[in-house]
Design a protein around this ligand. Structure first.
Ligand SMILES: Cc1cc2nc3c(=O)[nH]c(=O)nc-3n(C[C@H](O)[C@H](O)[C@H](O)COP(=O)(O)OP(=O)(O)OC[C@H]3O[C@@H](n4cnc5c(N)ncnc54)[C@H](O)[C@@H]3O)c2cc1C
Length: 311
């Protein structure tokens, strides 16, 4: 069973979530593990996390979902791949079902564990914003999976992947995409390993400097609760929760956020949650791994200074 993994890259390197997808592919493959990456993507890590081969395609500009789908479907046919793997992302969530249609494959998104082969090909998926799990049997000969971020342990294999070039025939014309502006150097909320979020407890936009300083110190992205973005204290793309962005970082730091169920829906699959709130009865503490009861205006500057010294 050959496995093909589509690699999303950033600044010439595979995204961490793409390497997790490679590690997942290496765990389940019973044949070749092929990574499909643009020719300007560094290949060393792809081999190191389990790819036998890197299929390189030349890029001219950014591909959108229907173009990615064409590219991946053609590569899957060329490599006789039975399983196609994507890391979950906004682009890949659109492309994966299109690949499923092109290949006549069973599709499962948000996969969090290796398939149970004893039952055929049964995968566990995270559903309802991480509040529940479901098991899905994929019965078609070909399968397309998207893997949830941080769900896979990455093991270095120390391999070097062979590199081969691939020239797909892409006929899909790009759709018009309105890109939201992202300042250079910002860490994308959905990709971040660490997120520092602020809520209404911060009283106003003029106090966000301390949140940004803490985030910068931790190399984290910044997020916020819904009322904060509704009041235009922060941009809407930072709004985390049921009606906003769902994050699953290794560390989520919530400052002055009460922990309403709609906010928790967006953060519940974070590995570790730290809550800073002056109200000891704030509901967020029930979901927290670590909590600090106190005034954010005292704690955050001290915490940032201590972290700067320690790092
Ligand atoms: C349909 C629907 C969808 C929704 N979707 C979302 C969503 O996606 N995301 C979301 O976030 N919300 C969402 N909400 C809103 C949600 O119900 C809450 O109202 C919201 O999350 C509360 O935001 P908050 O915690 O910032 O503010 P508050 O509830 O006002 O809480 C502020 C917190 O700050 C603490 N605090 C105050 N001062 C300090 C201080 N100096 N230091 C430390 N702590 C302090 C307080 O103790 C309090 O716990 C939704 C609501 C509805 C009805």
């Amino acid at each position: 069973m050959n496995v093909l993994i589509y690699i999303e890259s950033e600044n010439g390197a595979p995204k961490k979530s793409a390497l997790e997808a490679v590690a997942y592919g290496a765990e389940i493959a019973k044949g070749q593990v092929v990574a499909l990456a643009s020719s300007d993507t560094a290949t060393a890590d792809l081999g190191n996390y389990g790819a036998d081969k890197v299929l390189q395609f030349a890029v001219s500009g950014k591909l959108e979902a229907s173009q990615v789908a064409e590219l991946v479907a053609q590569a899957a046919e060329a490599q006789n791949a039975e399983v196609v793997i994507f890391a979950k992302s906004i682009l890949n969530d659109l492309a994966a079902p299109m690949v499923g249609i092109k290949l006549g494959a069973s599709v499962a998104s948000n996969v969090i564990e290796k398939p149970d082969f004893s039952k055929g090909f049964v995968v566990k998926r995270s559903v309802f914003s991480g509040k529940a799990f479901t098991e899905v049997a994929l019965n078609n000969a070909k399968k397309v999976l998207t893997i949830k971020k941080n769900a896979v342990a990455m093991t270095e294999k120390g391999k070097t992947a062979a590199v081969e070039s691939f020239s797909p025939a892409i006929t899909a014309s790009p759709v018009q995409i309105k890109e939201t502006t992202q300042k250079t150097g910002d860490i994308l909320l959905t990709d971040a390993d660490i997120v520092v979020s602020g809520g209404r407890g911060l009283k106003g936009p003029e106090h966000w400097g301390m949140i940004e300083e803490l985030a910068k110190t931790l190399h984290a992205a910044t997020g916020c609760s819904k009322p904060v973005s509704d009041m235009d204290w922060r941009p809407h793309h930072e709004h985390v929760g049921q009606t906003g962005i769902k994050v699953s970082p290794n560390l989520y730091v919530a400052v002055g956020i009460s922990g309403a169920i709609q906010h928790l829906a967006g953060v519940s699959s974070s590995k570790t949650i730290v809550v800073i709130n002056k109200d000891a009865d704030a509901p967020f503490f029930k979901a927290a791994d670590y909590g600090i009861v106190g005034d954010a205006f005292d704690i955050i500057p001290k915490l940032t200074e201590a972290l700067k010294k320690a790092m």
